[in-house]
Design a protein around this ligand. Structure first.
Ligand SMILES: Cc1ncc(COP(=O)(O)O)c(C=O)c1O
Length: 376
């Protein structure tokens, strides 16, 4: 390295050594988690007034928690490092060892977070079939809630997800949430909402997030997805319940110190990033329609409610090859296995990126289809 290329700051050093950062022209639609904090968030983080949060003395964390509780219409809220820890602390607070959590077979908690309840809580997950619109089979759910028989474990909580990630960001309707709540509460079981993207659901339904959260006992939502904050989630619920969640957070090593530095970005995310979510939804709609127009591509347009689009490549093509070819052309997508390929719109994606993404998928598919014809 010559003197002129020597890094002068930590950032220069990181830029020089980062081989993971996508090049400027790459369109990253893998997830809304890839969003970087806005310049305003970075400024708020730099200026955040902080204290030791484990003494309850970080004013920025306290402000974030009380704002979050108010937005959810709940008594209290707690800031946790991730959505996974938010869901896990909630499950640990709802269930004792050996109690079951009843959960949809397409839920994020089951597919990506099941190790936590199993290893740390001794909480088995009892699964219920989920249809393409993210709804449980209600008869199955009713049967899954245990009666008070000595041979049965206790049902600790029913978990629902809204928006529903693996079902393509579909929004589950309020009437359905009420049905679940009535069924669970009628049998003395609590309801937890994995509301990682609850603000997207609220925007789609045209109601407040509090109206959604009113149908459940506890809710987890993420600051680090469509809202663009770099880190963090919130768990909200009744005062006593949140005391228990705080204890679980400590057990998991998730209690933090001067966390106001990251809470500042979360607070700003709640103030500035919620109202713009419909833009992401509109772009996801354009993307879905564009993809559906590519011969052989199938998109379940009925499920495209928010910022997620899941699509299937034409039969005969391998979706992993399509994803790899897209990547080579400057578009990154997620492989969702049997569900297809997933794209998620977010604040860093504009109309230009959407048109280009559709074009790239078309080119990738054309190229692979011609290759397989040549081989046949
Ligand atoms: C529905 C849902 N719940 C929970 C999570 C977990 O959030 P985190 O990645 O912050 O742990 C995600 C992340 O993608 C999600 O989509």
């Amino acid at each position: 390295m010559t003197a002129t290329t020597l890094p002068t700051t930590v950032n220069d050093d990181l830029r020089l050594h980062s081989d993971h950062a996508p090049a400027e022209h790459v369109i990253d639609l893998r997830s809304d988690t890839v969003t970087k904090p806005t310049p305003e968030m970075r400024a708020a983080m730099a200026e955040a007034i902080v204290g030791d949060d484990q003494y309850g003395e970080d004013p920025t964390v306290n402000a974030l928690e009380s704002r979050a509780a108010k937005l959810m219409g709940k008594e209290a809220a707690v800031f946790v490092p991730s959505g996974t820890m938010g869901n896990l602390t909630a499950l640990l607070a709802h269930c004792g060892r050996g109690d079951e959590a009843i959960i949809g077979d397409e839920s994020h908690i089951l597919w990506y977070e099941s190790g936590g309840p199993a290893t740390l809580g001794g909480i088995p997950l009892f699964t219920v079939r989920t249809d393409r619109l993210g709804l449980f089979d209600l008869d199955q759910l009713e049967g899954a809630i245990r009666t008070d028989r000595p041979g049965y474990p206790r049902s600790g909580v029913v978990c629902i997800e809204n928006t529903h990630n693996r079902c393509g960001g579909v929004v589950v309707p309020m009437a359905y949430m009420r049905t679940i709540r009535d069924l669970a509460h009628g049998r003395g079981v609590a309801v937890h909402l994995d509301g990682a993207r609850i603000f997207n659901a609220a925007a789609y339904l045209g109601i407040s997030p509090a109206a959604i959260a009113a149908e459940v006992d506890s809710v987890q939502f993420c600051l680090s997805k469509g809202l663009g904050a770099p880190v963090g989630s919130i768990v909200a619920g009744a005062g006593e319940f949140i005391v228990s969640v705080r204890k679980q957070r400590k057990v998991l090593g998730g209690a933090m110190r001067q966390a106001g530095v990251i809470a500042a970005a979360g607070l700003l995310a709640l103030e500035t990033m919620i109202d713009r979510l419909p833009e992401d939804h509109q772009r996801a709609g354009t993307l879905a329609t564009g993809l559906a127009g590519i011969p052989g591509v199938s998109v379940d347009l009925e499920t495209v409610h928010t910022n997620i689009v899941v699509f299937k490549v034409p039969s005969g093509l391998d979706q992993r090859e399509v994803a790899a070819s897209c990547k080579g052309l400057g578009l990154i997508v997620s492989d969702y296995g049997a569900r297809g390929l997933r794209m998620v719109t977010h604040y860093e994606i504009g109309d230009g990126e959407i048109s280009r993404a559709i074009e790239i998928v078309g080119t990738a598919i054309d190229g692979l289809a011609s290759r397989s014809k040549r081989r046949a």
